[in-house]
Design a protein around this ligand. Structure first.
Ligand code: C2E
Ligand code: MG
Ligand code: MG
Ligand code: MG
Length: 283
């Protein structure tokens, strides 16, 4: 009986495979359409100077609500866009929406920083940097107010990343190394990169208060950042005890997470700016 059920199950799965494939194709077709019609939008998540509780900037995060598929996570559609060579168009869309939001809601604040995520494919294209430069001038935004976040996914990324970072830095933009601790980072490369900021992946924040193996790993992270001349951001802070732990070891740290705010629309950021320092919510 078990074998029969096994066969039946296998049969059903293989019957369904073509549909799964179809669905996937149409997801990428939907994505292409959404990019062409500029249907993606942007939410912003506050970055907090932990010691003062002040919001010093935001990270722009792409959002896609599809009519057929509903909410699609950026982890899914960014990877899809990267595979299908749609990522540059997507990034251009997000950059232009973000810059116009900055002009509408955030421009008066000269010490406010807006972070935008880039993919490695954006970085290997000098035209892309020129495109950004044009837009920044059109919107009358100071390059120093923009931070470009980049994530390394392979050792092969490292050359492309350090070359482009230098070009971005030359133009006055800031550069941030995203998801630190998940890639192939090593110390000599980290200092060669000349980034202005590193973001410690939320995996480390989530390790706070857990077992002793994680404790060693966390100690390593805090020792490393102590000697870095970069701004340090901890991602994924959800609980007060995580903030306490970080603040005790790294008083100048910046934090981002649900404890302070989920990603919200630009208008909402405008309101939050007025009610500084932010009240903490519980995730
Ligand atoms: P990321 O750049 O590391 O962004 C941080 C992610 O952590 C965001 O996920 C954010 O919503 C989530 N997050 C923030 N606070 C908390 C927290 O307290 N707890 C937990 N569990 N999560 C938190 P999101 O928005 O789903 O984005 C996922 C990833 O997709 C981003 O990771 C980034 O790599 C990529 N991404 C998003 N927007 C863009 C974009 O415009 N361009 C590119 N190239 N990538 C993007
Ligand atoms: Mg990021
Ligand atoms: Mg990150
Ligand atoms: Mg990430």
């Amino acid at each position: 009986v078990i074998i029969v059920i096994g066969f039946l199950f296998g049969g059903i799965i293989s019957l369904l495979m073509p549909f799964a494939r179809l669905r996937k194709n149409s997801l990428s077709a939907r994505l292409k359409q959404a990019i062409d019609k500029k249907l993606l939008h942007v939410q912003y998540q506050p970055k907090i100077q932990l010691q003062s509780g002040m919001m010093i900037g935001v990270e722009a995060l792409a959002r896609w609500n599809d009519e057929e598929y509903g909410y699609v996570s950026p982890d899914v559609f960014i990877a899809l866009a990267e595979q299908n060579n749609q990522i540059k168009e997507l990034t251009k869309l997000i950059v232009s929406k973000t810059l116009s939001d900055m002009r509408d809601y955030l421009v008066n604040n000269k010490t406010f920083f807006v972070s935008i995520n880039l993919s490695i494919q954006d970085l290997t294209d000098y035209q892309f940097l020129l495109f950004i430069d044009d837009l920044v001038q059109q919107h009358d935004i100071r390059p120093e107010q923009l931070i470009f976040e980049i994530t390394e996914r392979s050792t092969a990324d490292q050359d492309a990343m350090s070359n482009t970072t230098k070009q971005f830095v030359k133009k006055g933009y800031q550069v941030s190394l995203d998801d630190f601790g998940t890639g192939y980072s090593n110390l000599s490369w980290l200092s060669a990169l000349e980034a202005d900021e590193i973001k410690i992946d939320k995996m480390f924040t989530q390790a706070i208060g857990t077992d002793s193996i994680n404790q060693n790993m966390l100690n390593g992270i805090f020792q490393l950042i102590e000697n870095l001349k970069m701004h340090v951001v901890f991602e994924g802070i959800e609980e007060q005890r995580e903030e306490d732990y970080i603040l005790e070891r790294s008083p100048n740290a910046i934090g981002q997470g649900w404890l302070y705010s989920r990603p919200v629309l630009a208008e909402e950021i405008g309101k939050l700016l007025i009610s500084q320092p932010l009240k903490k919510t519980h995730a």
